[in-house]
Design a protein around this ligand. Structure first.
Ligand SMILES: [Zn+2]
Length: 306
């Protein structure tokens, strides 16, 4: 799916995204945003931040097939690629990077320091793991980001000014957000998805909940958030919904642990059934069919310190 909107046309943008109650955009910066994702299980977003004279690619998909589509859409704009930005180190956002880098070799690859260091240390292992899951569809190497973004750095990308916001470990070992005040726009990455079943296997869910609680007053008024998974929406809506999902998981896991510790496979299945009923039709951010059971087990280990 490929959607495109003009931020300068406030009513058009709002209707395209199906938002309600959101503030109008501040026109003037001339920024547009396009989203690419392959819908379904394991879907992940890449965005093109389209400025008047250049574009920036946000995240690079999991496989070469999907990354090649991001490249095709970027080429189709006719704009030069100013930079490639990686929000965090998870495979679904980065293992397609080599395809994008080869297409646009002049573009610097931007990432937070933690993401850069993780890729430098573990990139080869991440690639071979993903090649095991998707034989013949994952590039052979993972380039190391070439330009580190510093916390609170102001950076001009696609003709707009962005503030770099780096959150510590949560969904991943780190998360880099980009905020454009003039465009009322926040690249949230995986701080929040939109109606997606999240990945909790990094084992820092309690940190993630605290991160969302801290982010809520800071970004609740931002009109458009670009999440790592699912459709764009007002930031406050996405942050609250992500908090609701994670708190539900935490409550369910704690309730089962009060009955039996460690968490039994039956308890994990009960939690998965409850979550499926409460959050129906949320595609999984990773393709494994038992992701929610795995999430429940990981969260139980995190809570019990096991
Ligand atoms: Zn993700």
């Amino acid at each position: 799916m490929f959607t495109r909107r003009r931020l300068a046309l406030a009513t058009g943008a709002l209707s395209v995204l199906g938002l309600s109650g959101a503030r109008a955009y501040t026109p003037g910066a001339g920024l547009e945003v396009a989203k690419y994702d392959r819908p379904g299980e394991g879907s992940v977003n890449s965005f093109l931040l389209l400025g008047p004279r250049s574009l920036v690619i946000v995240d690079c998909q999991r496989t070469a097939v999907e990354a090649a589509q991001v490249v095709a859409h970027a080429r189709g704009t006719g704009l030069p690629v100013e930079a490639i930005f990686l929000s965090h180190e998870h495979a679904d956002h980065v293992t397609g990077l080599e395809v994008v880098r080869r297409a646009f070799p002049e573009a610097p690859i931007l990432a937070g320091e933690g993401t850069r260091d993780y890729i430098a240390r573990n990139g080869a292992a991440l690639i071979s793991q993903m090649q095991g899951f998707f034989p013949g569809r994952v590039p052979d190497r993972l380039p190391v980001p070439t330009r580190v973004l510093r916390p609170d750095e102001r950076i001009t990308l696609a003709g707009a000014e962005w503030r770099v916001d780096q959150l510590g470990r949560g969904e991943a070992s780190g998360m880099t957000l980009l905020y454009s005040e003039a465009n009322d726009l926040l690249v949230t990455a995986d701080l929040c998805g939109n109606r997606a079943t999240p990945w909790l296997l990094d084992g820092h869910v309690l940190d993630w909940i605290a991160q969302l609680e801290a982010a809520l007053p800071r970004y609740a008024g931002v009109g458009t958030a670009l999440p790592g998974h699912g459709a764009a929406a007002p930031a406050g809506v996405l942050i609250r919904e992500q908090l609701d999902y994670l708190r539900s998981m935490e409550r369910a896991v704690r309730a089962e642990l009060a009955v039996a510790t460690p968490l039994t496979p039956e308890a994990a299945r009960r939690i998965a059934a409850m979550m499926a009923a409460r959050y129906p039709g949320f595609p999984r951010v990773a393709p494994m069919p038992n992701l929610v059971e795995l999430n429940a087990a990981a969260l139980a280990r995190e809570i019990t310190g096991g």
